[in-house]
Design a protein around this ligand. Structure first.
Ligand SMILES: NC(=O)c1ccc[n+]([C@@H]2O[C@H](COP(=O)([O-])OP(=O)(O)OC[C@H]3O[C@@H](n4cnc5c(N)ncnc54)[C@H](OP(=O)(O)O)[C@@H]3O)[C@@H](O)[C@H]2O)c1
Length: 402
């Protein structure tokens, strides 16, 4: 058996550095051949390139190319808009750990090259679902989710061969740091509080998304794209059968209910190295455990319904999924702009949902049949979201540092 060649896009981020951990833990099992990142943060990229002896390093920002060439003379250094997507043909498996819409080109290039996509970058699937599904039908292309909930569903779906026997997909949500906050408390939360996730350590954007429950909303759409009607090889579960339950311990990562009432759940410690290793090893498994459950310490598993009054982003995501077309792209783009504005201290946490809602109110009903449609939708939604944010700032809705 040959050693699978792995390319890692988003190598300097939370998913990226944990992918490096997985490759270290199973030394010799994977051949890490290429790394990619934005180019804003080159020291960790250089360190990882040297440690793993990678052949290619790609950065979106061409200004970083000269410094990388000087530090890594034996590497093929690529820069520019298409640089990360060019990694797809260098490897058998591409881990997409880029954050936000910027990950779309890597997702499409990997699937179109007929390679395995280990997908953490949920935003590309949400913004461009129909286009990604088209690319996914390329002979040889595989899509294995890295998001822990979808990795859990992927595992639970292996319990039965008849897709028509799946009745419900249940995504678990930790509830984030503000699960028990009142509406009055939510109006006052600051940036540091939103960045303090109770169970997961992740990059800033997804951590804020977890605090608003937008992350769970994005994951509902992600589950719909991966396992809904028309998804290649999936069980065709309708959107209304994709549910969310709050489970603060983050030990059950999601569940599949079958027509006989059996529910199959996947349990493990909250550690992203497990789903990353799963996507790399699939259909085999990692030989190394990423944490083990100590049943003597696991006193209880709690569940409660999500509250869409205090956390309206979850309902907004269901609405966008029902609308379809470019509505999910608008939702995701508006959210990226709003979260960035919150992290810059320009708007309050509570305004994030308002910005997304206002942008979705302006949605033009366009479809998402081509990459061009998706790029136009993203640009249009960002423009409107920026206007809404600027108006909010003018009206005095600023964020707090802590
Ligand atoms: N972190 C988790 O535990 C987790 C769990 C489930 C799903 N995810 C998903 O995985 C993705 C990554 O999340 P993260 O938490 O790892 O984010 P992160 O820590 O912020 O890392 C983001 C990575 O993307 C790169 N990047 C940013 N903008 C880019 C651009 N324009 N072109 C190329 N590369 C760019 C960054 O490079 P620089 O450092 O050079 O800027 C960095 O390597 C997100 O879609 C998130 O929703 C994450």
């Amino acid at each position: 058996m040959t050693t699978p060649r792995v390319a890692l896009a988003g190598a300097t981020g939370s998913i990226g550095t944990q992918t490096l951990d997985v490759c270290r833990a199973e030394a010799g099992r994977y051949d890490l051949v290429a790394l990619g990142a934005s180019g804003r943060n080159i020291e960790p990229l250089i360190d990882a390139a040297r440690e793993f002896g990678v052949k290619v390093v790609a950065v979106a920002d061409t200004a970083a190319v000269a410094a990388l060439e000087a530090a890594l003379p034996a590497c093929d250094i690529r820069g520019g808009r298409d640089a990360l997507a060019s990694l797809a043909t260098e490897a058998d498996v591409v881990v997409n750990g880029v954050v936000g819409f910027a990950g779309l080109d890597v997702t499409l290039a990997t699937l179109r090259a007929g390679r395995r996509l280990a997908l953490a970058n949920k935003e590309s699937l949400i913004a461009a679902g129909p286009v990604v599904r088209q690319a996914w039908r390329t002979p040889g292309a595989e899509l294995v989710p890295v998001d822990s909930e979808h990795c859990a569903l992927h595992q639970c779906l292996r319990a039965n061969d008849n897709p028509s026997r799946v009745s419900r997909l249940v995504l678990t949500a930790s509830g984030g740091p503000f699960r028990t906050h009142s509406a009055a408390q939510l109006a006052e939360v600051g940036i540091d509080e939103a960045l303090a996730h109770p169970t997961w350590s992740m990059g800033p954007k997804i951590t804020v998304d977890s605090s608003t429950l937008m992350n769970k909303g994005l994951e509902v759409i992600e589950a719909h794209e991966l396992f809904g009607p028309g998804a290649p090889g999936g069980p065709g579960v309708p959107l209304d059968a994709v549910e969310v339950v709050v489970h603060p311990q983050s030990v059950i990562h999601s569940m599949v209910e079958y027509t006989d009432g059996s529910t199959i759940a996947q349990l493990s410690m909250p550690d992203m190295r497990l789903p990353i290793g799963y996507a790399l090893a699939w259909p085999d498994r990692s030989a190394v455990a990423s944490g083990r459950i100590d049943w003597s310490q696991l006193a209880r598993l709690d569940f409660e319904p999500p509250d869409t009054t205090r956390f309206p982003c979850l309902a907004l995501a269901y609405d966008a999924a029902r609308t379809g077309g470019t509505a999910p792209a608008w939702l995701s783009a508006a959210n990226e702009v709003a979260v960035e504005a919150f992290l810059a201290g320009r708007i309050s946490w509570a305004r994030i949902a308002d910005v997304v809602a206002e942008v979705l109110d302006a949605h033009d009903g366009a479809s998402a049949d081509s990459v061009g449609d998706v790029y136009n939708a993203d640009a249009q939604a960002r423009r409107i979201a920026t206007e809404v944010v600027d108006r909010s700032v003018g009206a005095g809705s600023s964020g707090r540092a802590s």
